[in-house]
Design a protein. Structure first.
Length: 223
């Protein structure tokens, strides 16, 4: 077998290379002229100059003068004086004597005359207090009314109270000592303040107020 070789003249190759170069140059030139101008060129501004005067520094300030120190004067006090411990006496005392002797010695003081003794009676004791008593004229008014609530409950009771009897024999205050119930105490208190009468306590015949304790019994059988 034989390979086929065609002969091409060198002139045609040169023409084709030149044509391709021209076409590329035309494309590049068109791209350069057709592309927008996006690059700005800035010029440096002109620099203006001027003369600067040299500033003269101010003269130095005088340093503050040192003030003279004033010494505080301490108050002068007088020195304490101490009295002389030695008491000066006369070194040549003169003793005077007399040859005269009193004939009679002075009388001895006589005792003071005392009269008869005074007898002072001892203080009399204060009169005793005679306590108050129930007035028999008001004996029927002593028993209080039976409370209705305790009567319905069929319950007996007992009350012990302290009463303050005034000088007029009336009861001025009532205090509970003990009570079966509050109802029994209230019935006794109302009866004492309104109906009870006493002979007041006396001291030396003078009526006084006094306290006394009394008891009241409540029983159903008595109703």
């Amino acid at each position: 077998m034989y390979a086929e070789h065609r002969y091409q003249p060198q002139q045609s190759r040169a023409v084709s290379i030149g044509a391709s170069l021209l076409i590329s140059g035309a494309i590049i030139t068109g791209m350069i002229y057709s592309a927008p101008n996006v690059v700005r060129i800035f010029k440096d501004p002109a620099m203006e100059t001027y003369n600067v005067r040299e500033t003269v520094p101010p003269p130095p300030l005088d340093p503050p003068k040192e003030q003279p120190k004033i010494k505080a004067e301490t108050p002068t006090q007088p020195l304490p004086t101490v009295p002389d411990p030695i008491v000066k006496t006369d070194s040549n005392p003169v003793m005077r004597t007399t040859p005269d002797i009193p004939p009679v010695q002075p009388d001895i003081a006589k005792p003071v005359e005392v009269g008869p003794p005074v007898v002072v009676d001892p203080p009399k004791p204060a009169p005793a207090l005679i306590g108050a008593k129930r007035d028999p004229r008001y004996a029927d008014a002593f028993q209080p009314s039976y409370p209705a609530s305790e009567l319905r409950a069929q319950r007996d009771g007992r009350v012990s109270v302290r009463v303050l009897v005034g000088p007029d024999g009336r009861v001025k205050a009532v205090e509970q000592v003990s009570a079966t119930s509050a109802a029994f105490f209230e019935a006794t208190k109302q009866q004492a303040l309104s109906k009870w009468r006493f002979k007041p306590a006396t001291r030396g015949g003078v009526a006084e107020e006094s306290w006394m304790t009394l008891s009241v019994t409540f029983q159903i059988k008595d109703q």
